[in-house]
Write a protein that binds this ligand. Sequence first.
Ligand SMILES: *Cc1c(COP(=O)(O)O)cnc(C)c1O
Length: 402
Amino acid sequence: MRKMFNSAIVESFKAKETPFYYYDLSLLKETLNECKTAADQYHFHVHFALKSNFNDKVLNIIKSKGYGADCVSGGEINKAIEIGFKKEQIVFAGVGKSDAEINFALDQDIFSFNVESIQELEVINELAAAKGKIASVAIRINPNVDAHTHHYITTGLDENKFGINTWDLPAVSETLKACKNLSFLGIHFHVGSQITDMNVFKSLCIKVNEMQLWFEERGMPVKVLNVGGGLGVDYYHPDENSIPDFDSYFKIFNDFLEVKPHQEVHFELGRALVAQCSSLISKVLYIKNGIKKNFAIIDAGMTELMRPALYQAYHKIENLSKAEGLGLTVEGSLNHTPHTSNLFYDVVGPICESSDCFGKEVNLPETKRGDLIALRTAGAYGEVMASAYNLRSAIRHVYSEG
Ligand SMILES: *Cc1c(COP(=O)(O)O)cnc(C)c1O
């Protein structure tokens, strides 16, 4: 158990303009250290998926811990370089890389393009030739492994747009042999996000073993096995499980992947590294009591945290102004127990969309205008998806000790 809030932190929030993202930077550092220690045991390399969080402070800490960068756009590559990630630790994935993005990545001499179609291979080859460069490429293979996660965040099935399907691999090897400005580095996979069933990763390992054999049998040595990211976090118990079980996660790959002495194993974690270290803090604007339900209308909306509206994602909601919500004892409560009773609220934002709802029938202590509300586990795919819809103000931040 590692509590994100105490009464001093909540007190410090009272004078601040809401909504804002609160970052617990010591939790971030602990998480990064645990992941690094677990990965180092097996000499695994971990890249951070910038798309889950590109906050400068967060990225600086991640870089300082020796992580690489997994980018999905030219903008992310540019950001990674600005922050100071090493070029030889930057990989570029994405199903629709534009010519301008490919050219930029070639100019930056990044470590690898994770290529998602045969046509993309041909385009990278052509653009590299024009610059007199050799591009290192890994082939993103769609392994048809079901991640057993929400269908919007499943990426490794035949029906998904990502990666190259296995029946196209003979054409891939032909193309690679014909393209003189490409150097084949290895194979890449990413089957989905928020994966909590470890059997999914076992199935992935078995596919990776099959696929690397396929290439090696055709005289194409596989130097890098990139197994992507996707490790999930506990959205229901953020304080009880504030750091994912990295030991068990990496052990699966150590146990089930057939790694040869000349090979490197690469990971691309996003959510598992940053989700728990941030909460979106908001204030209750109004309480509307309906006949069947109450509404708590808060000052954060889908414009600050889109996951619930986008894929019905769950975020734990806490009322920080009520000690019961914090799991704290109320000052002076030795003599009297608080009498507030819990009620059910639909917690909604101010945006003019019915999908702007953070939770239905959420059980909270009796909630009032001005109460501080925390939407937990918001560090991944939170502020990166913020929008100006309804002409909302830019995201604000508050950081715990640096
Ligand atoms: C999004 C993404 C990741 C990170 O996924 P998480 O679930 O956040 O770990 C890794 N690799 C690729 C190619 C991605 O698109």
